[in-house]
Design a protein. Structure first.
Length: 378
């Protein structure tokens, strides 16, 4: 497998979803004549492939464009440029009628289970609504499908007669999942589906999504700001920063043999499962917020926060180059290096003493009888 700009060439089956050079800008300011004065580039020339039955995880901090990319992939919002191919159909060229017929095959699991459900509707009505809109099922078929889907997400059949207020957050998210899968879709966009849940419920919902993918042959676009969660559920991971994919590859490769400094900062933010290791680890803490997308930096948009930045980083935007193993990175510094990979890259960034980064020191745990230490946990 090899490619450029995020497109990976596979010898196997054709991708279910392909994005080619997709971009989207949002207008944020106009003059009194209605002419555009200011705009934000939410997604900038992104290309990805998603194989059938797999999960592509999209990770990045708030404002990176990951949710916008998912909505563009389902044509929930229109793109300004590029191609969006779903199962051989160019979504951008479909008429509204043809797109509506294709909608049951592409659904979305929303982030907030509290606002995603109509509080006045029963659970059964909410889950059945996509079938009603599609108009392809009889009343008896709809009832049977709702009961079957409730069972698949771990809820009793009598739940269909109650309203969302009677359920916990985790149960509501199961209802949202049931509604998304009632049409038996092929592609599901999971927009941070566990971010509003507590840790134990989060694990249950992730396990449910994996079981449903195995049983129903689903393909997921899974968006999250948490690299640890994305790694656990994904076959491939795309890391986004300020509207662009800066690294992409197999989940284990991106999480262990990462080559982009931004990916390294995300990896260092994942808590270590061993508390003793967590106490002594040195975490990379990037200073400040991401640059404004209204006025992004020249060249590599990450260079103002990168301790390894070189002069070329401010002048030229690095292309996303993918090697024969399917691992791609957009970085002038690491593309030509065989050493700046994984733990070596983390160590190099941790040792850096540039203004764009600060590093935390190991925390000394006080004895039980001593006063609490004033140092904060890394």
């Amino acid at each position: 497998m090899s490619g450029v700009n995020g497109v990976t060439k596979h010898a196997g089956s054709a991708p279910l979803l392909t994005l080619r050079n997709v971009s989207r800008r949002f207008v944020t300011g106009r003059d009194f004549l209605g002419r555009v004065q200011q705009s934000v580039c939410a997604v900038d020339n992104v290309s990805i492939d998603v194989e059938p039955g797999t999960t592509l995880g999209i990770v990045g901090e708030s404002g990176s464009g990951k949710s916008t990319l998912g909505r563009l992939a389902l044509r929930m919002i229109e793109s300004d440029a590029g191609e969006i191919d779903f199962s051989g159909e160019d979504l951008r060229r479909l008429s509204p009628k043809d797109l509506r017929q294709l909608r049951p095959q592409m659904t979305m699991i929303f982030q907030d289970p509290y606002s995603a459900l109509n509080p006045r509707w029963t659970v059964g009505r909410s889950i059945a609504e996509p079938l009603r809109i599609n108009g392809s099922s009889t009343r008896e078929e709809t009832h049977s499908a709702v009961v079957d889907m409730l069972a698949r997400v771990g809820l009793d059949a009598d739940a269909m007669h109650r309203r969302p207020a009677a359920f916990s957050g985790g149960q509501r998210q199961r209802i949202v999942i049931a509604r998304a899968l009632i049409t038996r879709p092929r592609l599901v966009f999971c927009d941070e589906p566990v971010s509003a849940l507590d840790v134990s419920t989060r694990a249950q919902v992730i396990g449910l999504l994996e079981d449903l993918q195995r049983d129903l042959g689903l393909t997921y676009l899974f968006v999250s700001h948490d690299l640890g969660i994305v790694e656990s559920v994904s076959d491939r991971i795309a890391v986004m920063y300020l509207g662009s994919v800066v690294e992409i590859g197999n989940a284990e490769t991106v999480a262990r043999e990462f080559r982009h400094p931004y990916t390294a900062s995300l990896v260092s933010a994942v808590p270590a499962p061993d508390p003793r290791a967590q106490r002594v680890r040195r975490r990379i803490v990037l200073s400040g917020d991401p640059p404004s997308p209204v006025d992004p930096p020249s060249g590599c948009t990450f260079h103002p926060r990168c301790p390894l930045a070189e002069p070329i980083c401010a002048r030229e935007k690095p292309p996303l180059l993918i090697d024969a193993a399917g691992h791609g990175v957009a970085c002038h510094v690491t593309q030509g290096s065989t050493d700046l990979i994984g733990a070596n890259l983390l160590a190099r960034m941790t040792d850096a003493r540039e203004p764009g980064i600060s590093t935390t020191l190991p925390v000394r745990v006080p004895a039980p009888d001593s006063a609490p230490a004033s140092a904060s946990m890394p």
